[in-house]
Design a protein around this ligand. Sequence first.
Ligand code: XMP
Length: 326
Amino acid sequence: MDNNKRPDTMERITTKALADAFIEEQVQEIRAQVGDKKVLLALSGGVDSSVVAALLVKAIGKQLVCVHVNHGLMRKGESEQVIEVFRNQLDANLIYVDATDRFLDLLAGVSEPEKKRKIIGGEFIKVFDEEAGKLEGISFLAQGTIYPDILESDGVKAHHNVGGLPEEMEFELVEPVKLLYKDEVRVVGSALGLPDEMVNRQPFPGPGLGVRCLGAITRDRLEALREADAILREEFANCGLAGKVWQYFIAVPDFKSVGVKDDKRYEGWPAIIRAVNTVDAMTATIEEIPYAVLHKITDRITKEVPGINRVLLDLTPKPIGTIEWE
Ligand code: XMP
């Protein structure tokens, strides 16, 4: 039997009862596969790796070692949430690595998008590899592979995935959700008790805010981007758009315009709002955000975020614009 093929008879997991049955079955399978050995997992905080982590904690507890690498390009509060949920609530074995300085130092002065991606991806593997090297007795590597990754293994995720690990890491793989579609992974995550925010997290590129802090990243502009993005998310949550729009974020380009603040000339960067709907990210349409919401967001971002003096709205569908700006 091909282990990477979803059986035609497999029922779509849409309810808590179906999710519980799946969880029970996987817990048994994971225990049978792993025995008393240790498993390593790169935990980004995204839906897939979080659900795999929660499943493994349930199955083997402290035999799972999660490594969360904070590359300094996370959205506001996301690394903190990983620590809160996995270390504090689930009592998981979590190694937290704040590698912000390493990433930002390497990225200093680098403006070419593909080069930025390569640096972030390469450094991620290095940091993870170093952490793995410090651990003893790891036999397995868990991964949040899901069914679309298998179906499209020559496609988007392959080149997108920053978490891609070096081939020479010779671990046996544990991939408990590899036959599930994304919606099923979310149902399983909820059944495992993960917070809604985590289970319904929007897609977030592996290089994180690095591809939204356009051009050469500086710490002050990255911080402005992170704060503006947090305000956008807060206001989308307040007006009900958060559960409806597929992906929304702020991009901050590396140029300034003139403005006025406190009666003085104030040069600042623009914050660009992008909010799109799509099924598969191959094409995308623009969400129509009510003007009242846009005004509120503009008001808050320009008042609350140092360095930003204008807010712009990107109305470009994909094609012709890609979803991300880089
Ligand atoms: P584009 O910009 O190509 O994005 O229209 C399509 C989808 O892919 C996400 N994306 C990435 N995801 N690493 C990722 O894991 C990346 O480097 C990356 N670039 C784009 C993007 O957010 C959108 O959902």
